[in-house]
Design a protein. Structure first.
Ligand SMILES: Cc1cc2nc3c(=O)[nH]c(=O)nc-3n(C[C@H](O)[C@H](O)[C@H](O)COP(=O)(O)OP(=O)(O)OC[C@H]3O[C@@H](n4cnc5c(N)ncnc54)[C@H](O)[C@@H]3O)c2cc1C
Ligand code: SF4
Lengths: 273, 589
């Protein structure tokens, strides 16, 4: 997959924002490089980035949600500093978003036991497209505002509900709540559907139930994948944990047990951090 | 209407590990050979070249070198009354695609099964009696012995440039090697790799407990090496991108580094890529194959390729699928226990204990597919099955394959999977954890098998293969036993934190997380045609000019990674075909 992805630079949102038309990046690199020389290749700020795949509303949701999945506070960068939303936008616009490698013929049984794997008829791009409005509606109904406008605490509680795919306020059996919210059904031998407690309703239908796991997986990918895919800006994800990226040559250090490796990461394009 | 091409003496289906070996060996007879490979051609340069190969997203996460389920997959169910559903994207196992097959992106752990694993049923019956074998368990002898295969293990190990330390050469015990291994005729071609910190910490703790650690053997070259075909390897640089990646460095033993350039120079060998074999065609009496039908992607048409001998080297799962589609061997029926094709599918039972050490810097990105130390003190020949209440065993091991962060960072249990605490956790613990794993056997069972799916079809309109597989109590008891042995070793290492993950009571097969690509059985070998699909020379009992390579021949899974045995069986079968079958084609048994 992603063989259609051109080199690092062409994906710098700077140039996308600047060039807007979406013509093949490679052909325009020289022009773009000259045009942007003054501002030291600072990429376009995320709020001015023009998504390839997402609508403005979807993009606002993804910005806000990834900022909670990997927050900026504390040590190390967050999803925003590493430009994870750009990464996800490009992935969903490419082969991954189309499920290009997946077997997508029916019949489908989206409510099968989760242990049997992905069974939705929808591609990842379609899952994002259909799930985001449902989550936004949930936020409006339950909390009176869109996801991006909620407080960080409320955003986290929405994400937790999504992770369980259970609406915590649905059903009336409040006494049982403590025990319900524990397991998502992916654990034991219970086959999907039947073991679901009657009191809480899923937020997302079976066809969309993998939305949270896709979003979280894609967020971590965008934090740690080579910068040429649009995230892991300046290799900050790698630098934070101490991963060496594409160095891939360590024969002289194998025997140096418990001696910290002295060099920082390099990217596939040869950047150093 | 299918195009018909000129006849070949031998057609080989699939150009991975076994296809390459058979091509090389049979080409020595001067016969005309054509290998048909469904995927793309692949060479170290340019396909595995630095830096583009060092791309975790493309290869580690999106499976760039592997089979695309869109083109080929299976359906899976756990029980006979469940509806099997397609394995729509890869997870639990990752079959290869393209020249080199899974031999491109394997780790390279290269083991010999224990002597008693080849005659497991007899071994159990002789020592404990048939009554300890659970009613639904279908373990069988292989019909070939370790002694017979020994020269062929040796061939494979010296061809693939295995680094390791012998423990038993012709009965003479060698300090530092595996004291429980079967006798070998000589040592490994290369000395063991240098070790990583986690491996040495484990080895030291194991030694202190009276156990017998040794370097685990593998196809990552510790030194420069030249093999019998004149192919050359350079020393492994511990790049940390081994499993799931092609080697950037000519260091991992693979069809590319060990066989293919030499094979391509043979004037009587040809291969075609983008050529997926759809079925083997049989003569009217069904006793011989006439050739294969394949899909020529470039020409966009079906081709009938006549041949005198058909070698299936398409990987275990695809070998069985082709047999089922072609009517080779009676399909197995779990209701009656009769039939052989699809019988005795098995997998691998693994578990592990993770340990966290705040003050140790493991440099986890420094690693190779096989670097590590192992013990065989709880191997299949060391356990009293009667007393312990299970049949099987494991090797136990520690070593660092990679520190790729998307594939996962071990965190203390209870750490959330996202948010501020997750971020803090990865900052704190990346590079400060290690694990000890158990890699164990998996027995064969009456209701664990392969057949054709009644509903789903592939892109050629052929019924998909259906896998019926679940974990069973015997193997869960085995892995729980390993837990009870590993945890004390781990505790003795005084980690700040530790946690275990082993299958427990009632565990159901979960197709989502990667486990192993050690899919075995389905075309078991054996001495009895009513319980085996192929004879001891990997020859179809029913269709004598079809030979079936690969781990599909295993009647149950061994406690080790399969490819050492797959390679030895390939050399063993190649010898039988050259010396015995070609001069006088007939059923060899
Ligand atoms: C990630 C990973 C790690 C592994 N690590 C280890 C390890 O450390 N130790 C170990 O012992 N084993 C390991 N294995 C398993 C090992 O790779 C296999 O046992 C070995 O490659 C099997 O050899 P084979 O020839 O049977 O199949 P392969 O080497 O996979 O070759 C089969 C070839 O046949 C082709 N093919 C399939 N169907 C058709 C068709 N219909 N027509 C034409 N061509 C076809 C495929 O495209 C492929 O190229 C690993 C596997 C994977 C995926
Ligand atoms: S770890 Fe060694 S053998 Fe494996 S891919 Fe890297 S250099 Fe090659």
């Amino acid at each position: 997959m992603s063989s259609d992805v051109p080199s690092t630079r062409d994906f710098r949102p700077t140039r996308r924002g600047f060039l807007q038309g979406g013509a093949a990046g490679a052909a325009l690199t020289g022009l773009a490089a000259r045009a942007r020389a003054q501002d030291a290749a600072e990429p376009v700020p995320l709020d001015q980035y023009e998504p390839q795949f997402f609508t403005a509303a979807e993009y606002a949701f993804v910005l806000a949600a990834t900022a909670r999945l990997i927050p900026s506070e504390g040590d190390g960068p967050g999803a925003i500093e590493t430009r994870v939303p750009v990464y996800i936008d490009l992935q969903l616009g490419g082969d991954f978003g189309q499920a290009a490698d997946w077997y997508m013929e029916g019949p489908f049984q989206p409510d099968a036991d989760p242990l049997l794997g992905y069974q939705s008829p929808l591609t990842p791009a379609e899952v994002y497209r259909q799930a985001i409005p449902v989550v936004e509606e949930f936020c409006q109904n339950r909390m009176g505002a869109g996801f991006a406008d909620l407080s960080p605490e409320d955003q986290d509680s929405v994400i937790k509900a999504l992770e369980q795919n259970k609406d915590p306020l649905s059903g009336s059996d409040s006494g049982a709540e403590d025990t319900e919210v524990v397991e998502s059904g992916a654990g034991g031998g219970a086959s999907g559907g039947s073991a679901e407690p009657a009191t809480s309703q899923p937020i997302l239908s079976a066809e969309l139930r993998d939305f949270f796991s896709l979003l979280l997986q894609n967020t971590k990918e965008g934090f740690f994948a080579d910068p040429m895919y649009g995230g892991n800006y300046q290799m900050q994800g790698w630098t934070y944990i101490g991963f060496t990226g594409a160095r891939a040559s360590f024969k002289e250090w194998v025997d140096k047990h418990d001696v910290p490796y002295p060099l920082g990461p390099v990217s596939i394009s040869g950047e150093r951090a | 209407m299918a195009r018909q091409d000129p006849k070949k003496d031998v057609v080989i289906v699939g150009l991975g590990w076994t296809g390459s070996i058979l091509g090389m060996e049979l080409s020595k007879e001067g016969v005309e050979i054509l290998a048909l490979e469904r995927g793309e051609d692949r060479k170290t340069v340019p396909d595995f070249a630095y830096p583009n190969m060092i791309d975790e997203l493309k290869y580690g996460i999106r499976y760039g070198t592997m089979q695309k389920p869109k083109n080929s997959t299976v359906t899976i169910r756990r029980t006979l009354d469940e509806t099997a559903l397609p394995y729509r994207h890869l997870g639990s196992f990752l079959p290869g695609d393209g020249v080199g097959g899974a031999g491109v992106h394997w780790n390279g752990h290269t083991w010999r099964p224990m002597e008693n694993e080849f005659r497991l049923r007899s071994y159990v019956e002789e020592n404990w009696g048939a009554e300890i074998i659970p009613e639904d368990m279908q373990i069988q002898d292989w019909g070939v012995t370790y002694e017979e295969l020994e020269p062929h293990f040796d061939r494979f190990e010296w061809m693939a440039g295995i680094s390791g330390q012998a423990g038993n050469v012709n009965g003479e015990m060698i300090e530092g090697g595996n004291p429980f291994e079967a006798p070998r005729s000589r040592g490994y071609p290369l000395p063991p790799l240098q070790q990583t910190a986690d491996a040495e910490m484990f080895a030291e703790a194991a030694r202190a407990m009276g156990l017998h650690p040794f370097p685990r053997p593998g196809a990552n070259a510790s030194e420069a090496y030249r093999n019998e075909y004149g192919m050359q390897l350079g020393p492994c640089n511990f790049c940390g991108f081994c499993e799931r990646y092609g080697c950037i460095n000519y260091s991992k033993g693979s069809p590319q580094t060990c066989v293919l350039d030499a094979l391509k120079r043979k004037p009587n060998f040809q291969y075609k890529t983008n050529s997926e074999v759809l079925r083997v065609t049989l003569a009217d009496d069904g006793k011989t194959a006439t050739g294969v039908i394949y899909w020529d992607e470039e020409a966009g048409e079906e081709v009938f390729q006549p041949a005198d001998i058909v070698i299936l080297g398409a990987y275990s799962l695809h070998n069985v699928h082709l047999m089922l589609l072609s009517g080779i061997g009676q399909p197995y029926d779990p209701a009656t226990g009769e039939g052989v094709t699809g019988r005795n599918y098995a997998y691998q039972m693994n578990g592990g204990t993770s340990m966290f050490f705040k003050d140790v810097d493991f440099n986890p990105f420094i690693g190779s597919g096989t670097v590590g130390m192992s013990i065989d003190d709880y191997a299949i020949n060391q356990i009293d099955f009667g007393a312990e209440g299970f049949i099987g065993g494991s090797y136990i091991t520690a070593g660092r394959a990679n520190g790729q962060p998307i594939r996962g960072i071990a965190l203390p249990s209870g750490t959330p999977g996202w948010g501020a605490e997750w971020k803090q956790g990865i900052g704190e613990w990346y590079g400060h954890s290690m694990s000890i794993g158990s890699h164990g056997s998996n027995m064969s069972y009456r209701d664990v098998y392969l057949d054709l799916d009644p509903t789903y079809t592939d892109k050629h309109g052929r019924p998909m293969m259906r896998m019926t597989f679940n974990w069973k109590d015997n193997d869960i008891r085995m892995t729980q036993f390993m837990k009870s042995k590993i945890e004390p070793v781990a505790e003795s290492m005084n980690p700040d934190l530790m946690q275990s993950s082993y299958k427990g009571d009632g565990a159901m097969y979960d197709v989502r997380p990667y486990q192993t690509t050690h899919n075995v059985g389905g075309a078991p070998m054996g001495a009895d045609p009513s319980t085996s699909a192929i004879n001891r020379y990997l020859q179809s009992w029913d269709v004598h000019n079809v030979f079936v390579m690969g781990a599909s021949a295993f009647p149950q899974n061994i406690q080790y990674n399969p490819t050492g045995a797959v390679g030895a069986l390939a050399y063993w079968a190649a010898e039988a075909i050259r010396k015995d079958y070609m001069p006088n084609p007939r059923p060899l048994v």
